[in-house]
Design a protein around this ligand. Sequence first.
Ligand code: AHR
Length: 657
Amino acid sequence: MKFAKAIAVTAFLSVAASLPAASPLTVDIDFSKKGDKISPTMYGLFFEDINYAADGGLYAEKIKNRSFEYPQPFMGWNVSGNVELLDDGPFDRNPHYVRMKPSGHPHKHTALENEGFFGVAAEQGKDYRFSVWARTVDTPVKLRVEIADPATDGETHALAQAEITIDSRDWKKYTATLSPSATVEKGKLRLFLLHPEGEVDLEHISLMPADTWKGRENGLRADLAQKLADTHPGVFRFPGGCIVEGTDLATRYQWKNTVGPVENRPLNENRWHYTFPHRFYPDYYQSGGLGFFEFFELCEDMGAAPLPVVSVGLACQFQNNADSCHVAVDSLQPYIDDALDLIEFANGDTTTTWGAVRAAMGHPTPFGLRYIGVGNEQWGPEFVERLEPFVKAIRKAWPDILIVGSAGPSPSGKEFDYLWPEMTRLGADLVDEHFYRNEEWFLNSGTRYDSYSRKGPKVFAGEYACHGAGKKRNHFNAALLEAAFMTGLERNADVVEMATYAPLFAHVEGWQWRPDMIWFDNLRSVATASYHVQKLFSDNKGTRNAKLSINGAPAAGVDSPLFATAAIDDADGSFIVKAVNTGDSDMTLDLNVKWPKKAAKPSRVTVTTLHAEADDENTLDNPQLVAPHVTELTDVDPDNLSLTLPAKTLAVYRLTH
Ligand code: AHR
């Protein structure tokens, strides 16, 4: 048996604690018939500004409160000497700015120091773009700007510095490049007024790495964006999550505030700064710097279908149950207009109002939006009666746009049972289901979608993660059970159109919610075991599923701990089997495969496995503890395939010619 090589390799991965293999399972796979189309959007990403995912995270800006618009205008800043706050600046939606004046004493410096997000990080060998909007009050004035390391010997060392002369009485943008002589994780940005007499006004003080992802000026942190792109997401949902709704209507996410010149995007509160008092972050706001234009651009760069979500006129239902907190149904028009205008912003030609805004931002060609979510995880008749007018208006103005409704915050129960028929009645194209559940739920949900109606809306499993009982960590066992569950998504590709793990990002010093897919500090980032599962499924989803069964029943953890699915990839003609052994014993899988009559049978197999101890967790200091392992096998006998699948292992077999 030529495939015996595979047995040797995979058995090598089994842990000492695993029990010997039980009798072989015969797995029937029919690759001769193409099954249901697997949507290119099947595996994607969910982005929300939680855990400092945007400001302090993916958005590369290093200066906190750069426009002095926080309710405490100097939050994030240390001020010395003579600094005044004024509010008639050049940007009407961010009117505040500071005036630096001489202190009146040669030894008392007038200076500003920004603490950044958990520090201002900078790396030796890289360049940083400092910029400031400024004007002199009278004579030209010199400023010194520094990236400083306050941690060395109790003294502050300037790792990079530059001098800028502000010589115009009109507001202008001034720039300097800073190249630090050493790496610092918790540095500071400092600005000193050098002129003994002159006064200067400063607004929108910014420090960005020059090497943002794709080199964009208002760009993204490269390591984090690359990790997203590496998953080859089919869909990208933004901007959340609960922040779509806001704690109240005033703080809901308003996309129109996040487009246009970045200096004039108004600040919004971030509800995650106070939602969990035991994880309180009073400096957590949304600058809007990573806004809807940047989200659409990111989608385009990654090849992901954009899925923006807009407010349905309901403030967060967990925190507001009185009708007075929500928009009255007959007053929804501005909210509906926001949805219609958003579609125009993405897809309208440049002669339209919002298409012209997109073009002015540098993207005259449409973004090709196909999906829009209306409401986050809303529930009850209050949601249904508000969604209805949105559906009518969107259908009328943009009949090709697919509308995503909601099944509420739970994967079953009263609200869920009420909402699915209502979503069907309203003609929603997809229904967003959320499930943060424990191991048992994931183990028992392998057949969840087998019995879903094929006539109604499609499923968007929009937020899910295995929250290990008593753990809530990114340990391997949780990721393994997510993988097991995901085989059921793909087996039901005729009803499940997309799925996104949540949340996506977390700063190790600023998280409110865990587990998360990617963790980071100011310099490093780490892919969790769940990240590897998502990437393996996304990279190996194929284009059509194929029937896979054990004794005629799906391999979905019912009669054995095996979860498996099979697919064909029309792009390169390969055959894919994804198998998850959730049990404690190694397994032998004897494959009984029907190959397509007309195509050549495969002779090579790429075996990728993910295996670790149940509690293993990747960390910034040990990022590779749980990592995929790849083996290439050649000259296999396609009619005699026997696989050893070690205990507690996800394996992806990709068979090619
Ligand atoms: O992902 C974290 C939160 O979980 C989301 O904001 C919300 O939609 C859900 O309750």
